[in-house]
Design a protein around this ligand. Structure first.
Ligand code: GLU
Length: 307
């Protein structure tokens, strides 16, 4: 187990860029996830970096049987090869527990017994969706209760490599947030922060739907003494009804036999100049690595449709 935290460290001596693709196995790869995978892969390769593959399978109720294998097969068919072995979050609970222990020891965690219904009622009355801190001083027994992180009243600022300057007061906007859920599952915020840090990830390239999660992740990184990676958030691809392309909005799985055409389409969503015609995935990708320009990526609010 410890080895999965160490492999990238050894290699990071050689490269100062470690990127990653971190799909949740909620469905097969579709055009939206290919855009993210391609951008993070090509940005890592152009910087002489590593590209890690981490399957974020810590939420069994949302998982779809067979999705992990389909995602891996699609990455393979599209020539997006990863470095080292694949990391699976379901096998990393000991790392998440160790982080919780540290937060508990410094009194930054507390158990919360508020129900969603109660919180909805409070928010409707106050017009403020942030958690009001109801349980923060109660010192409740942790058993069977979700855990929240105590968030300081401060502005978190960072500069996204594409979206530019970002500012958020997490305490004001979100409040103390959940990092271990009522169903005992680890929250995405905790797992992603622990893994990005233990895998020495330096660059997180992902969809703009996660931009507003970054300040919460930075809060956790600071509490755990981790370095904040560079963030680069990409505009989202929508289905014809304007909703983010996802399995829930009926996104089609990629046809692996059409890999070059799929890559070309993803490349044009990324605003990049056309790669000369080729029928080979490897040729397309090596041209893409030399042509890639971050500044050509469309703005994160650009509406882009995949019909
Ligand atoms: N697992 C998340 C997803 O599939 C992505 C997490 C991340 O890139 O931080 O949406």
């Amino acid at each position: 187990m410890a080895s999965d935290a160490c492999t990238p460290l050894t290699l990071s001596v050689l490269t100062s860029y470690i990127g990653r693709f971190a799909p949740s196995p909620t469905g097969p790869l579709h055009m939206g996830s290919l855009v993210t995978a391609l951008a993070s892969w090509v940005d890592a390769r152009q910087h002489g970096g590593q590209w890690l593959l981490r399957v974020e399978d810590i939420d069994p109720p949302r998982e779809v049987a067979g999705a992990t294998d389909e995602i891996i097969a699609a990455l393979d068919a599209h020539g997006l090869y990863w470095d080292g072995h694949i990391t699976y979050q379901h096998a990393r609970s000991h790392h998440y527990e160790a982080a919780l222990d540290r937060l508990r020891a410094s009194k930054q965690l507390y158990a919360c017994e508020c129900t969603r219904k109660q919180l909805r009622a409070v928010a409707a009355q106050s017009g403020d969706a942030a958690y009001p801190g109801t349980c923060s001083a109660l010192d409740l027994e942790e058993q069977h209760l979700p855990l929240r992180l105590r968030v300081a009243d401060e502005v978190i600022s960072f500069t996204d490599l594409h979206a530019g300057a970002q500012l958020e007061n997490v305490a004001g906007k979100i409040g103390d947030f959940i990092i271990k859920r009522r169903d005992f599952l680890y929250a995405y915020q905790l797992a992603v922060v622990v893994d990005d840090a233990l895998q020495h990830v330096t660059h997180v390239v992902r969809g703009a739907d996660l931009l507003d999660n970054s300040p919460r992740q930075i809060v956790l990184q600071r509490m755990l003494g981790y370095t904040t990676p560079e963030y680069l958030h990409l505009p989202l691809i929508s289905s014809s009804d304007g909703k983010k392309l996802s399995k829930q909005t009926g996104a089609q799985a990629l046809d692996n036999s059409n890999a070059v055409a799929n890559l070309q389409k993803a490349w044009s969503f990324l605003g990049q100049s056309a790669v000369s015609a080729t029928s080979k995935v490897s040729e397309f990708l090596s041209a893409a690595v030399s042509q890639w320009q971050r500044r050509r990526i469309p703005g994160i609010d650009t509406q882009m449709f995949h019909i």
